[in-house]
Write a protein that binds this ligand. Sequence first.
Ligand SMILES: Cc1cc2nc3c(=O)[nH]c(=O)nc-3n(C[C@H](O)[C@H](O)[C@H](O)COP(=O)(O)OP(=O)(O)OC[C@H]3O[C@@H](n4cnc5c(N)ncnc54)[C@H](O)[C@@H]3O)c2cc1C
Length: 260
Amino acid sequence: MFSYALSEPDAGSDAAGMKTRAVRDGDFWVLNGVKRWITNAGVSEYYTVMAVTDPDKRSKGISAFVVEKGDEGVSFGAPEKKLGIKGSPTREVYLDNVRIPASRMIGAEGTGFATAMKTLDHTRVTIAAQAIGIAQGALDYAKGYVKERKQFGKPIADFQGVQFMLADMAMKLEAARQLTYAAAAKSERVDSDLTFFGAAAKCFASDVAMEVTTDAVQLLGGYGYTRDYPVERMMRDAKITQIYEGTNQVQRIVMARNLP
Ligand SMILES: Cc1cc2nc3c(=O)[nH]c(=O)nc-3n(C[C@H](O)[C@H](O)[C@H](O)COP(=O)(O)OP(=O)(O)OC[C@H]3O[C@@H](n4cnc5c(N)ncnc54)[C@H](O)[C@@H]3O)c2cc1C
């Protein structure tokens, strides 16, 4: 597997403010720095690492490299203790004088940040899909539960207040799904408006997933709040989709800059 190493302890939303440095040494590059929050770090064999090759040029002075797990000077931090997605390991990657052949640069020098942003246009669609899967799971579970659970002598599904909640959940989820399919088609075709659609799909679907999973917990009442039922986990897992691959504030910045 490949991990994607863009973020750093002091460079998250402002990824171009990264400090990881790559310095040319003959036919080699020598990398030093810390990458933070790297999904599958320690598990992946390969790492796409963004590093500064020209500190005077900010985003145009960043290049992309392939670093291998076994390269001398590569090590990993302790697994992060997270709210959710606990099945997905997240660790820091330390680069301590990692000397790699110049052929391991991806594309031309100085194009790494542009490559990273173009990659996100596509991968954000997959986060939207992840959000939809989580939300669908929560809706399906809540739909079944309200038919079984009885209060006031009848299934809670008979109450209009509950029906309206389920209708809203299904409506928002379907809207998110259609936007994600539209963005996925644009990703396949590499359409010129993909940047807007990738950000919009990720932002909308993850906000919907947060709402739908929170409402699913609500529909299960006190039982929803316990680990005996799956919806609290879905609520915790939904939260990350609003944060990674760029927070939803960042998605709104991207959309505003690329209005259709
Ligand atoms: C579990 C997990 C897995 C991850 N996996 C990866 C990975 O594999 N590879 C990788 O490179 N990164 C990964 N990340 C990093 C992730 O993309 C960043 O956490 C994210 O981009 C936010 O950066 P930050 O955490 O530094 O928050 P900050 O940038 O410090 O943001 C803090 C808050 O300020 C807001 N904010 C910042 N700037 C603005 C602005 N201009 N306008 C409005 N609001 C703003 C943010 O929206 C947020 O609410 C992962 C993170 C997590 C938690």
